[in-house]
Design a protein around this ligand. Structure first.
Ligand code: ZN
Length: 94
């Protein structure tokens, strides 16, 4: 059947990817060395792997790691939002 051909094609692709990555990696590390070794930005913008949650106060989306929780378990983007909602009409649900 064609499964052997598929395996061969897969191996060829794998080889090509490996070569491309290898060449790129070497170039990249050389560039990094030339331009003052790997400066890692300390404050990354927003980690795309972070799940976003919605603020119960203002409705904006923000990374889940910055969540501020209410006594009721509601999530807020900041303490300000939490306090603002607590100050104005606290329990809309109950
Ligand atoms: Zn908010």
């Amino acid at each position: 059947m064609a499964s052997i051909q598929r395996v061969l094609i897969f191996l060829v692709l794998l080889y090509l990817v490996w070569r491309v990555l290898g060449i790129r990696g070497r170039k990249l590390s050389r560039e990094l060395r030339e331009s003052g070794i790997g400066r890692e930005p300390r404050s990354r913008p927003v980690d795309p792997s972070q799940p976003l949650v919605r603020c119960a106060g203002c409705g904006t989306f923000f990374p889940a790691e910055r969540i501020q929780r209410d006594r009721d378990g509601l999530g807020y983007c900041s303490d300000d939002c939490r306090q603002r909602l607590a100050a104005s009409g606290e329990h809309a649900a109950s």
